[in-house]
Design a protein around this ligand. Structure first.
Ligand SMILES: Cc1cc2nc3c(=O)[nH]c(=O)nc-3n(C[C@H](O)[C@H](O)[C@H](O)COP(=O)(O)OP(=O)(O)OC[C@H]3O[C@@H](n4cnc5c(N)ncnc54)[C@H](O)[C@@H]3O)c2cc1C
Ligand code: FES
Length: 261
């Protein structure tokens, strides 16, 4: 169950160019959050940032009652968040949304992340009991790479692709998944990132008949199912389609259910 909380910020630090890590003290969220869930943060009072901003939970320290968020500064809301200081209190609604399915039957998993989509996947790797965990991460260029060591520690292997070839493989992260999918015999693929990447991961998973869950980065308003800002089209069991709310029915969906526009 999500709660409206006033939580203390422990620290805000620059992780890499334009990306910040915020550590927040919260017994409730650290104890109850599941991988794939997010918090909706009220950045400040005022018209520009009236709407809350959704940010995925990247890791939790349940023993110490704290969790980490990583966010990229894009506009007014995230700029204000980056300027917060240790000891400030923020208004947070969470944990929100449907989490990834971490069935213990999944022995061999792949996580595929692009840009800011990598953050919920680290939490997933922490909690997954799979025996083989392969991480495939894609970034625009080397300057945007973040959490490399953490992903390396939590996976059996990590491979990185950059659009411009400045680090790792030059090209799309999905090329690496496509290369390995036959030999690796994955039970499950988890993906989060830009829509074209999710579309491609969905196609690859379907072609090779591998289960796949994707987390959608949809623009949001309320974050709890009331405003319909975040509507997305999915398939119904009867073969039709329906509009669902990414914030409440997602952000995680079975990839074959999503109808990409
Ligand atoms: C479920 C969910 C989890 C997310 N988790 C993270 C995370 O862990 N880290 C992170 O950095 N960002 C995350 N985002 C994206 C983040 O919410 C947006 O970047 C943020 O709301 C932008 O707010 P702003 O006021 O700074 O920018 P705005 O002024 O509102 O927008 C600035 C730019 O950001 C784009 N933008 C706005 N909202 C979104 C969005 N929802 N998704 C993608 N682009 C957007 C706009 O198109 C615009 O170009 C997540 C989004 C969702 C829906
Ligand atoms: S953001 Fe309001 S219904 Fe999803």
């Amino acid at each position: 169950m999500s709660k409206l909380l006033k939580e203390e910020i422990i620290s805000v630090e620059k992780a890499t160019e334009g990306i910040y890590r915020m550590t927040v003290a919260s017994d409730y969220i650290s104890a109850n959050a599941e991988p794939g869930q997010f918090v909706n943060i009220k950045c400040c009072e005022g018209v520009q940032t009236l709407l809350r901003r959704p940010v995925s939970i990247c890791s939790t320290d349940r023993a110490k009652g704290r969790y980490d968020l990583y966010f990229q500064v894009k506009g007014a809301g995230t700029k204000i968040l980056a300027g917060k200081k240790s000891g400030d209190f923020i208004d947070i609604l969470g944990p929100l949304g449907r989490s990834f399915d971490l069935d213990i039957g999944y022995r061999r998993i792949a996580v595929v992340g692009g840009g800011i989509g990598i953050f919920p996947l680290l939490f997933l790797l922490n909690e997954s009991k799979a025996v083989v965990k392969r991480s495939y991460l894609g970034f625009r260029s080397s300057g945007y790479i973040v959490l490399q060591e953490e992903f390396r520690q939590k996976s059996n292997s990590l491979e990185i692709a950059t659009d411009d070839g400045s680090y790792g493989m030059k090209g799309f992260v999905t090329d690496m998944l496509e290369r390995d999918i036959l030999s690796e015999e994955f039970d499950m693929i988890y993906a989060c990132g830009p829509t074209p990447m999710l579309k491609k991961v969905t196609e690859i998973a379907k072609k090779h008949n591998v289960r796949c869950q994707i987390s959608l980065e949809q623009r949001m308003g309320c974050g709890f199912g009331a405003c319909l800002t975040c509507a997305c089209e999915t398939r119904t069991e009867e073969g039709g389609s329906q509009f669902v709310r990414v914030c409440a029915d997602g952000p995680v969906f079975n990839s074959e259910d999503v109808i990409f526009q």
